[in-house]
Design a protein around this ligand. Structure first.
Ligand code: ACO
Length: 403
């Protein structure tokens, strides 16, 4: 028997909390969630107000600096971000090392991690100026990196950023524009994209943000930490859910197949889940899903898409699930990912880019959380313990005697 006092100190006690369902890992002033009420605040501002009345640049500034910017501060922030939108020209060569059919999340993980090999003047985490430059670089370059991943996959030339455009507009042009033609911006799509970015900007200590903090707790540079966050976001239980929702709806195909699909979801031996439903913290409607649902209708109406079969299917699924005992008893509601995929599809974003867009938005939250951690005098290297269930010490067996 192993003496736990030797492992876990004199009290012999430690908390064992798989999935960290009730373990706080840090103090934070950035984002507040009341999961029972379905409330999300950034620096005290309600997400619904921000989504309705602000824009992504203001929310990014708010997350990073703690206050909404004045008009002058906002103009200066936008100027700073737009100065950093280009990537080092050598990075274009880096892209060419990837297969054209690589998943863009794989490409983004690699390229963002590689930024630390290109921007040596913003790697010193102990220098506040360098921390700020790295933050601005990451926020500014993510849309460029994401759009380049798409352009590479379809074999089109990379588009350079155009800095007089909005953050969302610039991304749309780099995605869908071609060098020989003027890109015509649809203001409804631009606004919807900006709103989607706002809704995904931060969400306290989710898996990817905790990954960024844990990676950063060892003193790793910010580019490496954000690459770690992208890797964690990719999974279908987290940011990868938006891609999974669309694949699921396409697989179900028709409203008449919903009951059969839901029976599979409810079957304990079948590991099918209703993607875009459920959340570790929200036991009520995800407030972001409410805004997303409204935006979805606005976008489809403005594009003249009437009776989109996938949207109809999604709405029917939502209505059935919200009344179904299984989902009611487990407090499973639609989350932010349930509707975002339908908007992305309507805009023409390919399914494999859905989670990349989440990463573009969340970079702001990740970097704000990373900076808060570095600046917190209490913070130390993250080092969880484990409940060891293996063998106790035993004699070494030489190779000739092993069976
Ligand atoms: N479909 C069917 N059943 C579900 C779902 C779902 N989407 N989500 C949870 N459940 C059930 C589980 O089977 C479990 O049932 P049990 O108590 O009978 O075993 C119970 O609800 C609790 O589920 P857990 O997995 O323990 O809850 P957890 O908090 O660990 O998981 C998660 C949260 C991962 C989001 C989960 O709800 C899920 O897998 N949802 C689908 C994927 C998804 O949409 N992810 C996006 C989340 S939002 C974001 O990251 C941006």
């Amino acid at each position: 028997v192993i003496d736990v006092r030797k492992l876990y100190g004199d009290t012999g006690m430690f908390t064992y909390d798989p999935g960290f369902t009730s373990t706080g890992s840090c103090e934070s002033k950035i984002t507040y969630i009341d999961g029972d009420q379905g409330i999300l605040l950034h620096r005290g501002y309600n997400i619904a107000d921000l989504a309705e009345r602000s824009d992504f640049m203001e929310v990014a500034y708010l997350l990073l600096n703690g206050e909404l910017p004045t008009a002058d501060e906002k103009a200066e922030f936008i100027h700073t971000i737009s100065r950093h939108t280009m990537v080092h020209e050598q990075i274009t060569t880096f892209y060419r090392g990837f297969r054209r059919d690589a998943h863009p999340m794989a490409v983004c993980c690699g390229v963002v991690g590689a930024l630390s090999a290109f921007y040596h003047d913003s790697l010193d985490i102990n220098d506040p100026q360098q921390r700020m430059i790295a933050s601005h670089r990451l926020i500014a370059k993510m849309p460029t990196i994401a759009a380049m991943a798409y352009k590479y996959s379809v074999g089109q030339p990379f588009m350079y950023p155009q800095n007089n455009l909005s953050y969302a507009g610039n991304f749309l042009r780099m995605m869908f524009g071609v060098p020989a033609e003027e890109y015509v911006m649809n203001p409804v799509i631009e606004k919807a994209m900006d709103r989607i970015l706002m809704l995904h900007a931060d969400h306290e200590q989710n898996a990817s943000t905790s990954t960024v903090r844990l990676a950063g707790s060892s003193g790793a540079n910010p580019f490496a930490c954000i690459a770690a966050g992208i890797a964690s976001l990719w999974g279908p239980s987290h940011g990868g859910a938006n891609e999974a929702v669309l694949n699921m709806l396409q697989h179900i195909g028709d409203k008449k197949n919903i009951p059969a699909f839901l029976s599979r979801v409810k079957d304990k031996n079948d590991h099918t889940r209703l993607m875009g439903f459920g959340h570790r913290v929200y036991k009520n409607y995800d407030p972001r899903a409410t805004v997303m649902r409204k935006t979805c209708h606005e976008v489809l109406a403005s594009l003249g898409i009437k009776g989109d079969p996938l949207l109809d299917l999604a709405m029917e699924m939502e209505q059935i699930a919200l009344k179904d005992d299984y989902f009611v008893s487990k407090k499973l509601y639609p989350n932010v990912d349930f509707y975002s995929g339908i908007i992305f599809r309507a805009i023409g974003i390919p399914v494999t880019m859905f989670t990349v867009l989440f990463a573009v938005a969340r970079t702001t939250g990740w970097i704000a959380q990373w900076r808060e951690m570095i600046e917190d005098p209490q913070s130390k290297i993250g080092r969880p313990r484990q409940l060891y269930t293996g063998l106790t010490e035993r004699p070494y067996v030489p190779i000739h005697a092993r069976k």
